[in-house]
Ligand binder design. Structure first.
Ligand SMILES: [Zn+2]
Length: 310
């Protein structure tokens, strides 16, 4: 093989060297026994030499320098709510520190649970995305709030009745409704909820028909009770009646998000809003293409506030 000529050459050099050394040292062998001993030791030396020459050949192409096998596992996807919350907080910090490349999106569903909730949860699971649901306490499907919570999504309080005349009649009426939805939710999920969304948003003016200035008061008194409230800055436009086609809802959500670093998308989880369910895969895919990380709203999330108009 390749090493043979080199070995032969090195062997000859060794023999010649040994002979010269012997002569120079004045100990040239005089007996055939001495000659045999010297040849034997030369053979052993050659064997040793062969070992040392072969070793690098054996490792000439180390395995580590071979191309990576195609079965190399992909980085593990984020699969736990805890990891999503940690990543969301990290993205928020980058945004706060002026990193223009950081983008986060919060998908939110109001008015559920409904007959569509399990389908929404299925799509979110398939896409590996977490969202936040603002719950309506008197929903026929209120028991599904446990499914939402168990799946790791964010839970917020929306209202118990969603009846503006009752809810916004006065401040005490609002807090009575809030206590009712808190009880309906916390009794089912086993923990108290500390984020809310006002029906109609903070900026609604409908409430002025029932109580002048109530929103301006609630934006102070609700946080004073330990809650953070969240409005939105993008919408699927699915509050319209009849519900828009799925393609329109997706276009509304993606167009509304476009360019903003922090996005909170309003959608609805009610039984009649089937097109919202149909639009959801395209909304998630489109937001991903725009570079968004999906976050879960918590009390500590920097809020989305419209500002009170009443
Ligand atoms: Zn609502």
């Amino acid at each position: 093989m390749k090493a043979q000529p080199i070995l032969r050459l090195l062997g000859c050099m060794l023999l010649a060297c040994a002979a010269i050394c012997g002569v120079l040292a004045g100990c040239a062998p005089s007996t055939s026994e001495g000659e045999r001993a010297r040849v034997k030791s030369d053979v052993e030396a050659m064997a040793d030499l062969e070992e040392t020459v072969r070793e690098p050949e054996a490792t000439e192409v180390p395995p580590s320098s071979e191309p990576e096998p195609e079965t190399q596992p992909a980085p593990a996807p984020i699969t736990s709510p805890e990891a999503v919350l940690a990543e969301g907080a990290a993205v928020e910090e980058r945004i706060a520190n002026g990193d223009a490349s950081a983008k986060i999106c919060y998908l939110t569903f109001d008015d559920g649970p409904s007959d569509n909730t399990l389908d929404i949860l299925g799509t979110l699971r398939n896409k590996g995305v977490y969202a936040t649901f603002f719950i309506k306490g008197n929903s026929d499907r209120i028991d599904l709030v446990k499914d939402i919570s168990d799946a790791g999504h964010g839970i917020g309080l929306h209202t118990f009745t969603h009846d503006y005349a009752q809810l916004y009649a006065n401040d005490n009426a609002y807090f009575a409704d809030l206590a009712a939805v808190q009880d309906a939710v916390s009794s089912r999920i086993g923990r108290t909820v500390d984020i809310v969304r006002f029906p109609g948003g903070t900026s609604n003016t409908v409430s002025a028909n029932y109580s002048k200035g109530i929103m301006s008061r609630l934006v102070q008194s609700v946080p004073a009770q330990g809650y953070q409230f969240f409005d939105w800055n993008a919408s699927g436009g699915d509050s319209a009646t009849p519900p828009p086609p799925a393609a329109d809802i997706a276009a509304n959500a993606l167009g509304g998000a476009g360019g903003m670093q922090r996005v909170c998308v309003l959608m609805h989880d009610t039984t009649v809003k089937r097109t919202t369910v149909e639009a959801l895969p395209a909304i998630i895919d489109g937001l991903r293409e725009q570079g968004y990380t999906f976050g879960i709203l918590t009390h500590d999330t920097p809020p989305f506030h419209h500002g009170a108009n009443n």
